[in-house]
Design a protein around this ligand. Sequence first.
Ligand SMILES: Cc1ncc(COP(=O)(O)O)c(C=O)c1O
Length: 475
Amino acid sequence: MMNQEPNQQLGEIIEQFIHSYIAENNNIRSRKVINTADGDTIAHLRGIGFPKKGRPIQEVVDEMRKNVYPHQTFMQHPRFFALVPGPMSLYSWLGDIMTSAYNTHAGSWMLSSSASLLEGEVIRWMCDQAGYPNTAGGLFLSGGSLSNLTALAAARNARLSEQEYAIGTAYVSDQTHSSVAKGLRILGFRGDQIRKIPSDKNFRMDVSALEKKVMDDQAAGMKPFAIIATAGTTNTGSIDPLNEIADLCEKHNIWLHVDGAYGASILASSKYKPLLSGISRSDSITWDAHKWLMQTYSCSVVLAKENQQLRNCFSTHPEYLKDAETNEEYINYWDLGPELTRPARSLKLWVTLQALGTNAVGEAIEHGVQLAEWAEDEIKKHNHWEIVSPAQLAIVNFRYAPTGLSEQELDSLNKKISQEMMTNGYASVLTTQLNGKTVLRICAIHPDTTEHEIRNTIQLLSNIARSLNETKAFL
Ligand SMILES: Cc1ncc(COP(=O)(O)O)c(C=O)c1O
């Protein structure tokens, strides 16, 4: 028999963990945002090895809580403004615990009828937000990267014959997330089949350049099959001109995929939904719930306007799964995507939507948009700061640019400001590059971040910037 604690004792350890984690999470503001393991911890963890004879589980839990979990960046911290934060709701966390407890296999109706049904309900709610028809569908996947890959596989299947794979071309912008090109490469497309279209001064795909490239490719005997527009780019939150791109796709019978991994969540806000006008004309959408819908990792969705396109691409019928086959009303999710065994990722979102209600989700999203606007307002009050890309979809880019420094020195200075802020630990603000310049970037989507916290972050950045410039400690 496996070496296990008596169930009663294990139950108590689990219960105690849950209580103490919630207390810790309630107190998260007192923690530094970014925490990296020091040399002693790394040596200690490496030295543990694997015992021949098991040790008490309480000891293992204590080990993890002392030496593993504290040494991480708290993506759910209200002052984590870097990358795309992960402001998880405790309702999602609970949904995750329950789903893990039951270890639900959400591959097929036979294995998880109710969970599959609820996945369909959540997918329907999301399709409704996007304005997709009743023929639409989709499924939950691990993240935006996998959702993009899945949509692009369906696009290739729908628009190219196998003989045409070598001449298919796909179009991204210079602001498209790297996961799209990565997905295309995984699908076997060469680098020269992926066209990178420049973006305009607002970081939106330049549609005239796109149209010209499509026509040139057609004239050269290539077959344009997919255009990837972004609803909420990672750098600036910009939204590509969806209607104009949809016109082009309709004219040339090209699949339109919208990467809304970050920005599609604004569909849940009636105030900002119109910003994504045209999204209903796409063939597929990536929408990450572990970004702005407050879900724990991993929780992304790919939606397809014609669910049948996913089935055509991914459905296989091996003899060992025949007993689980159903008609289309009772979906076997393993027929719609790349995974066979899959956790029921939709349930935690269902739990969250039930507990919060859709209005509160919309308000949380509107709060994020407001936070970045407050940040921009505060930046404008301080000397020598430039807004490089104004607040949109909760993202703002800016840089400290005192006179008398070269472009290279300004890049080093802004990088150093970000590093000093990281060391300070109050908030995390990382850099990105826009128009070849290093800029600071804030992505503020945490529903609990206060106006004071976001303004204070800017003030702190400003203090750091001034003192670095005075001491020239960045050269
Ligand atoms: C626009 C966009 N697409 C795709 C991704 C990739 O998502 P994931 O990290 O969940 O794979 C990201 C991640 O930030 C993103 O911002």
